[in-house]
Write a protein that binds this ligand. Structure first.
Ligand code: ADP
Ligand code: MG
Length: 261
């Protein structure tokens, strides 16, 4: 490697994970550069969420390793990072957006509190500043500021997802993991959310690992795609190439079934 080329932001080698002897992720290697959006696609049960949970440190792999380039430029092996440091990383330099907002939000804490809590994790102490930043982020995700004291239980599905995104982005993370962020929402709500995500990712230069079973979502948001089947990566490449000229028969089937739908 050229000495001037930075290491990838995230690099996984040979990740495997089984549940009770049944492999869900098999020998997956990948790398992600800063500012890059990688989509993991494949049908339900193919191992997408398992891979995402491994990459984000939420699951421990049976084999393989993950390295992350810290803000100081040093690539660190996640398995060797002290637990407290990894947790701080996950709450500050990373985000994780769940399909189910109830997993990513504190449903009984106000919207402002949901955002403010993250700011406090990065040292925010002044109440007025935290509230002003939370209000600013609500506006950025198109939630009226007069809803700041409402709990997410009073929000619609689309608003909950937008709040979850605000909570995750308020610490200026460099890397955000998303698991079916638009899944389970009405089509019109999905479209608006996708536009919002696309704008924020571009404005903030975020790196994203996005799990989706929806190729249209991958097309809209990602630069590169990996296609999973039964825990294996069976194809990977630039998004337009994979979707316009799929090489693996399985990818051809996925793409043509969307066209036929
Ligand atoms: P996807 O996100 O592509 O739908 P998953 O990663 O959730 O796929 O699941 C991959 C496989 O692993 C599936 O066969 C699923 O049933 C199994 N699996 C996932 N999570 C668990 C778990 N916690 N315990 C047992 N099996 C699991
Ligand atoms: Mg999944």
């Amino acid at each position: 490697m050229n000495a001037n080329t930075p290491a990838p932001l995230l690099e996984a080698r040979s990740l495997s994970k089984s549940y009770g002897g049944r492999p869900a992720c098999r020998q997956v290697s990948l790398s992600l550069d800063a500012g890059e959006v990688l989509a993991i696609v494949g049908e339900s049960g193919s191992g997408k969420s398992t891979l995402l949970n491994l990459l984000s440190g939420r699951l421990v792999p049976d084999t393989g390793s993950i390295r992350y380039r810290m803000r100081d430029g040093v690539a660190r092996d996640l398995a060797r990072m002290p637990e407290a440091e990894r947790r701080l990383l996950a709450r500050t330099d990373w985000g994780f957006v769940h399909q189910d907002a109830a997993l990513g939000l504190r449903m009984n804490v106000s919207a402002g509190g949901n955002i403010g809590e993250r700011l406090m994790a990065v040292g925010g102490r002044h109440y007025g500043d935290i509230r002003a930043t939370a209000a600013n982020w609500l506006t950025r995700v198109e939630i009226a500021v007069d809803r700041i004291d409402d709990k997410p239980t009073a929000y619609s599905g689309g608003m909950r997802q937008r709040l979850q995104i605000a909570r995750n982005l308020v610490t200026s993370p460099r890397l955000v993991f998303m698991d079916e962020p638009t899944g389970g929402l009405d089509v019109s709500v999905q479209a608006r959310l996708l536009d919002l995500i696309r704008g924020l990712v571009a404005d903030l230069g975020l790196a994203v690992v996005l799990v989706t079973h929806d190729l249209a979502v991958a097309r809209l948001l990602s630069h590169r795609i990996i296609v999973m089947k039964e825990g294996h990566v069976i194809e990977s490449g630039l998004t337009d190439r994979v979707l316009d000229d799929p090489q693996a028969p399985y990818t051809q089937l996925l793409v043509s079934s969307v066209l036929a739908a």
